[in-house]
Design a protein around this ligand. Structure first.
Ligand code: NDP
Length: 274
């Protein structure tokens, strides 16, 4: 079964299920991404700060998969925010990945105390206008950051990638994204494993004969979100890709909705400027 796509607000198709590589050392990244590509993932999510764009690029080059069949995302880090520095950071990211164009480039955090995300966004708009990226977006933007960005710029972000899992459902951000036609992409979609032993998740998994991770990913996908689970374990890489052969009922979706407990694992975007 092929992975469904989400049509972004500029018409670009993005796979709804991709593969994340946060916290994977560069040398291990090539092996993990190669395995992901082998089992069928075509979308890879990296970032300059992960220090593994070179490893991702190596796996892409060695895969033999046509560039047009891949969807590659990276992100500009906080210390590179600003117009000129973002243009330089983008060149560096492309060089490390060995690519001439990304599919999606994101502002990694709003870092509001820096007060540079509007300038940074203008650089992304420039890169987009020059045809050097297919879509631009943001990450960890709260509704107020989105409102300000949209009021002060031309291009509405295509994607907002935010922490989102059953324990932290980020509903106000999803509502703001929807209101602006911005696709919601869930980072830490499995809460880094923290929700996988929850009795409600285990009960649904047992009912369908699937794993807890598959239940959680299915819950995201059935609600139209983009997900990018990470694993360095071959069996889990395959398991997380095999999530299209069953459907959760409305009652099961509601049961997972009930797991919200303000369980944020990362920093709050209003406060993180590092
Ligand atoms: P995930 O929610 O994807 O969880 C990853 C963890 O869960 C790893 O410890 C992994 O273990 C484990 N795991 C994966 N699959 C399974 C499974 N089937 N069963 C049991 N355990 C499993 O967390 P991440 O924080 O990595 O988020 C995913 C991606 O989101 C990142 O890789 C990154 O691309 C992006 N991200 C973006 C952020 C941002 O600020 N924009 C912040 C954080 C993440 P193992 O690897 O050992 O198999």
């Amino acid at each position: 079964m092929s992975i469904p796509t989400i049509t972004l607000n500029n018409g670009i198709e993005m796979p709804q299920l991709g593969f994340g590589v946060f916290q994977v050392p560069d040398d291990e990244t090539t092996t993990a991404v190669a395995e992901a590509l082998r089992v069928g993932y075509r979308s890879i999510d990296t970032a300059a700060i992960y220090g593994n764009e070179t490893g991702v690029g190596r796996a892409i080059a060695e895969s033999g998969i046509a560039r047009d069949d891949l969807f590659i995302t990276s992100k500009v880090w906080n210390t590179d925010q600003g117009y000129d520095s973002t243009l330089r950071a983008y060149d560096d990211t492309l060089a490390k990945l060995g690519l001439e164009q990304l599919d999606l480039y994101l502002i990694h955090w709003p870092a509001p105390a820096l007060d540079l995300y509007v300038d940074t966004w203008r650089a992304l708009e420039r890169i987009l206008a020059d045809g050097r990226v297919r879509a631009i977006g943001v990450s960890n933007f709260e509704p107020a950051h989105l409102e300000r960005l949209i009021a002060m710029s031309t291009v509405v972000p295509a994607v907002n990638q935010v922490e989102l899992h059953p324990a932290m459902q980020n509903r106000a951000v999803i509502a703001a994204n929807s209101a602006h036609g911005i696709a919601t992409e869930a980072w830490s979609p499995l809460a880094q494993g923290a929700v996988l032993q929850d009795p409600a998740v285990l009960a649904v998994a047992q009912h369908h004969g699937v794993s807890p991770a598959q239940v959680v990913l299915r819950w995201h996908l059935q609600q139209g979100r983009i997900v990018i689970p990470k694993s360095v374990t071959a069996s889990r890489i395959a398991e997380n890709h095999d999530v299209l052969g069953f459907d959760l009922s409305a009652e099961e979706l509601t049961a997972l909705d009930g797991l919200e407990r303000d369980g944020r694992t990362g920093p709050h975007p209003d406060e993180f400027n590092g």
